[in-house]
Design a protein around this ligand. Sequence first.
Ligand code: SAH
Length: 366
Amino acid sequence: MVYIPPLNTEIRRLIAAAGPMPVAQYMSLCLTDPHHGYYVTRDPIGAAGDFVTAPEISQMFGELIGLWAASTWRQMGAPANVRLVELGPGRGTMMRDALRAAQVVPEFNAAAVVHLVEISPVLQRLQQQTLAGISTPVFWHSSLEEVPAGPAIILANEFFDALPVHQAVKQPDGWHERKIAIDRNGNLIFIIAPEPVPHFEGILPPQVRAEPNNSIFEWRTDHVAMEIGRRIARANGAALIIDYGHAESAAGDTFQAVGHHAFADPLAAPGMADLSAHVDFQALAEAASGMGVSVYGPIEQSELLERLGINTRADTLKAGASRSDVVAIELALQRLIGHGRTAMGTLFKAIAFADPKVGVPPGFER
Ligand code: SAH
């Protein structure tokens, strides 16, 4: 048998051999290392896991996304074949609820083939179980590039926040990459690279360039957003991306760890806690629009769900429910569209990309 060292050991070995590690490389190893990565080795979602996502809070979320997809397909000219793609489908709950709700447009369900992009074998198995009963064909891929070309509707909820993020810290002589090193006592610590990143100011939006020293700026590679844009602009289609983050690029350290529903130290237990960082919607929009798509939003999650009819849907569900279920539906609704600190309505945002011929996607009308 081949001995595979634990991730903590592996990360220390890499740092000892190659020097301090960029935050993005650390995040990538922690989340998706093929042996020990957080997502690769477990189902982190739900009450017993580390965090709860919108589709797990209520069936209403996936149902409204399903209706969004069916209406968008009509706006696309109802192509006879459409790839219904989801990036990072978690337990498969959103897709199951979406397909059930979209049965009100049978022609859409008949045209759709589901393509799930999922890196985790554990979650792929769960998705298989969740979607076992449905008649729509389902295929799995480990990257968007593997999904066949053609008209597509691409969905992603809480996917981009899990993609590796780089950090740079402003110093008097420029922006220096933030990295992870080992201190004298053997602990993982953050450090600032001695040399500034060359030409970094050139990629910064003006509002970030003006920030004071010690400000942190986070960025991701744009390849997924560009690949979405490229597909949609060439082959007819639209994308709906929902995540937590900021509408405009801004300075700030949002790299965080969450374990058992509480914030934790991101360096404490590599591979054992969920790592994420806020999504920069301005950067996403710029990457996709560079490929020729029209961009709509970002708007707040509450706005999208209200425009798609979540209040009516909640009333319908409540009409046939027991008293305790009515309370549960109301609580779920408040978590999804409420504006408080523990609710998702404001922090979470939605952005849509579409082939310019498709017009304004549902929920994004001004
Ligand atoms: N959309 C789901 C799950 C969100 S968690 C929900 O809302 O419940 C993030 C999901 O993205 C998980 O399914 C995780 O395994 C997947 N994922 C993370 N990084 C990925 C990558 N680089 N490629 C493909 N899938 C990835």
